[in-house]
Design a protein around this ligand. Structure first.
Ligand SMILES: [Zn+2]
Ligand SMILES: [Zn+2]
Length: 347
């Protein structure tokens, strides 16, 4: 087996101006599969990473962790995939497999450190820095690839491997079920996904936004209530999923939880996005829980895909070619959109 020559698109510094790159991936291991990339979604995390907004970027960086590809090579221990199958890759490509988190299918919290799909040290492959799905070939440990059934809408599925699992996981963690009152705070791409899942789980779902621009979409999707200001909320919720990407008064949202209610915060903002809260005010919103939620494990990602296919829950997507990554970044930085850009790879 030899090294895998790969062509992709990289950012070379904080200006995040993407240019072509050619690089080599380590040769395929016995437990790995190689995918030829067909589609890769552009996640807001890609933008944060490309611009070094988490403070940990190693350049050149090739982002992309919403990947759908075709299996073109399999290691000799791989029974789960055959050449020609379609498979997905999300934020993780490997982990230690032995720690408590890994044994509980929460590989994203691996105590040795998960191997993230990009900008991560791959300790299974000579510590090479991982490069993501803005490239024509990518390899993954077989247990971290998600089987995609024949005839699934590939371009719509790609974003599910990050945006889907990020919103599905906290709804499951908070045990959302039929008849519960759920609010989605922030109604961009992630908010819309959280909304659709909560609705399919049988909840009464409301939207809390900061103006009326998304009101029509929310009502068309069947929102029970739409609020354009947290201060106008006259209802109490069992669960709130907050997808708000910038600084806000967290406790104002916790206040509209029911007794024992739970608020999950998703989406990973820049490292310097800090909130300070008054402990006095926190105690006054007693017996409500606020927690962060980072993607989900592989088992849950498979469950999420099945649920999405069954209920036909997909993001709205705009397909672009890799040459248009820079244009898409400009657009995402200047506008709040509820669709997902998805890069289509031809060759
Ligand atoms: Zn992402
Ligand atoms: Zn582990």
């Amino acid at each position: 087996m030899s090294e895998i020559l790969t062509k992709g698109w990289a950012a070379y510094d904080e200006a995040a101006n993407f240019k072509p790159i050619t690089f080599k991936r380590a040769a395929l291991k016995d437990d790995e599969i190689l995918l030829k990339t067909l589609y890769c979604g552009i996640c807001h995390s890609d933008i944060h990473a490309a611009r070094n907004e988490w403070g940990v970027t190693k350049y050149p960086i090739v982002p992309g962790h919403e990947i759908v590809g075709e299996v073109v090579q399999v290691g000799k221990n791989v029974k789960e995939f055959e050449i020609g199958n379609k498979a997905g890759i999300g934020c993780l490509i490997n982990s230690c497999g032995e720690c408590e988190a890994c044994l509980n299918s929460n590989e994203q919290f691996c105590s040795k450190g998960a191997v993230w799909t990009y900008n991560s040290v791959d300790y299974f492959n000579d510590n090479e820095i991982t490069k993501g799905g803005y490239s024509n070939y990518i390899k993954v440990h077989k247990d971290f690839a998600i089987n995609i059934p024949e005839n699934a809408p590939l371009e719509l599925i790609a974003p599910l491997f990050c945006a889907g699992i990020t919103t599905y996981s906290p709804l499951k963690f908070s045990k959302v079920s039929k008849g519960m009152d759920v609010a989605i705070a922030g109604f961009g791409g992630l908010g819309v996904m959280a909304f659709k899942y909560a609705k399919a789980m049988g909840a009464n779902v409301s939207v809390i936004a900061r103006n009326d621009t998304k009101k029509q979409i929310a009502l068309e999707l069947g929102a029970s209530n739409y609020y354009n200001d947290i201060n106008n909320v006259d209802k109490r919720f069992d669960v709130i999923i907050s997808t708000i990407p910038s600084k806000y008064d967290v406790l104002a949202y916790a206040r509209v939880l029911k007794y024992g209610g739970e608020m999950a915060i998703v989406g990973l903002p820049p490292i310097d996005e800090k909130v300070s809260i008054s402990l006095n005010a926190l105690i006054r919103v007693s017996h409500k829980k606020i927690y962060g939620s980072l993607i989900g494990g592989i088992k849950e990602t498979k469950e999420m895909l099945e649920f999405s296919l069954k209920h036909e829950i997909y993001p709205e997507v705009k397909i672009i070619s890799a040459e248009d990554i820079n244009k898409a970044y400009d657009d995402l930085l200047n506008n709040s959109s509820s669709f997902r850009y998805v890069i289509k790879f031809d060759e």
